[in-house]
Design a protein around this ligand. Structure first.
Ligand code: GLY
Length: 360
């Protein structure tokens, strides 16, 4: 891969466009979005309620609200919700069936945060355990630590009775094998034969998604919790940990304000602490959607190396944000328009909320 260089001309053009969009005003702290972003508008829902990423979150939000309506805790609800995706072999971005790392090993990241106690627990690069979100919860509840990784996280999970299992499904293994066989013309692997069905429409549909599941919930007592769980970047380097298990990056929750979480390019969130930023913007009075757009704007402003920029100087990747506040207002945004949405469940059922976006 080419080393990063500054692309000062296109970058200057991009910032000029954003400034023009803001009517010539300085970019920060205001939101330079009028010519670029679609604003969908926040919507208000009734507690108990839960939000999740739109492409895979419906079963999770349904389950979370069902648990809370039956008297269960909000943290139990959202974790039981995302456990459905973690166990689903057809969601190749989370848990069992997740796309493996470059060595063909599934390594999972997950975190939980309890906004009532400001406690959080996480696991990174965890192998062989289908439900990393449950292990993350135990890190929070049974240790004085916030994050366990790799072998230590696995040992901790075993200590608590988690069963080890092979998380690599045939479908994910075949996809990884195809990636390996087409990686280079210069190695000893032959490319897959033409009758390989790897370009099936099912796979194409899946590839168009940004994986990971985030879910946050609000109960009738005003309790707010969040969780994010993922198998991470496809074919990542062994040991790579993304934003999902990092408090402030892949999720953040504060019962006095609200919660936020993300899916998409984790490195951008790690470098901008986007979920923390969103909750802090809501604390200052932004609506959830405004706060999510601010996080998009911050990433766009801070992305200034050429390998991450399109010809027009805008970021060449996407991130999506989902947020709720303590009043039940819900909104989200994505950096680049891709028709993203979020799922919201409340006592009236499941709803879809479109994400706003910063860039066409
Ligand atoms: N946002 C998930 C990851 O980058 O791993």
């Amino acid at each position: 891969m080419k080393r990063s260089e500054h692309s000062s001309n296109s970058r200057r053009e991009f910032l000029k466009k954003l400034t023009a969009a803001a009517g010539g005003a300085a970019l920060t702290p205001g939101l330079a979005c009028s010519a670029y972003s679609r604003v969908s508008g926040d919507q208000i829902f009734e507690a108990p309620m839960a939000i999740a990423s739109g492409f895979n979150g419906e079963p999770a939000v349904n389950k979370a609200v069902e648990v809370m309506q039956n008297g269960g805790d909000v943290l139990d609800g959202i974790i039981q919700g995302v456990n459905i995706q973690e166990a689903d072999p057809d969601d190749m971005t989370v848990g069992y069936g997740g796309v493996p790392n470059e060595k063909g090993v599934v390594q999972l990241d997950a975190a939980v945060m309890d906004g009532r106690t400001h406690q959080a627990g996480s696991v990174g690069a965890l192998e062989n355990i289908m439900h990393p979100s449950k292990v993350a919860r135990l890190v929070m509840e049974r240790t004085d630590h916030s994050l366990l990784v790799g072998e230590g996280a696995l040992r901790f999970a075993r200590m608590h009775g988690f069963k080890e299992e092979n998380l690599l499904t045939d479908r994910a293994r075949e996809r990884w094998l195809e990636w390996k066989e087409t990686l280079s013309d210069d190695d000893n692997y032959f490319p897959p034969s033409d009758d390989n069905n790897s370009s099936s429409s099912l796979w194409k549909e899946f590839e168009s998604h940004h994986g990971t599941i985030h879910s946050s919930g609000l109960d009738t007592n005003g309790g707010i919790c969040a969780t994010t769980t993922t198998s991470g970047l496809f074919y990542k380097m062994p040991g790579r940990v993304g934003d999902s298990p990092i408090t402030g990056a892949g999720l953040f929750a504060d019962t006095n304000v609200g919660a936020a979480g993300s899916t998409g390019r984790g490195e951008a969130n790690l470098q901008n602490l986007s979920s923390f930023l969103i909750v802090e913007r809501m604390r200052l009075g932004d609506s959830p959607e405004e706060a999510c757009l601010k996080a998009c704007e911050r990433i766009a402003e801070n992305t200034n190396i050429s390998r991450l920029l399109d010809d027009d100087g805008t970021p060449n990747f996407n991130v999506r944000f989902y947020a709720l506040n303590r009043d039940g207002a819900v909104g989200g945004a994505e950096l680049r328009s891709s028709g993203g949405s979020m799922k919201v469940a409340d006592p009236s059922g499941v709803h879809e909320v479109e994400l706003a976006y910063l860039l066409e």
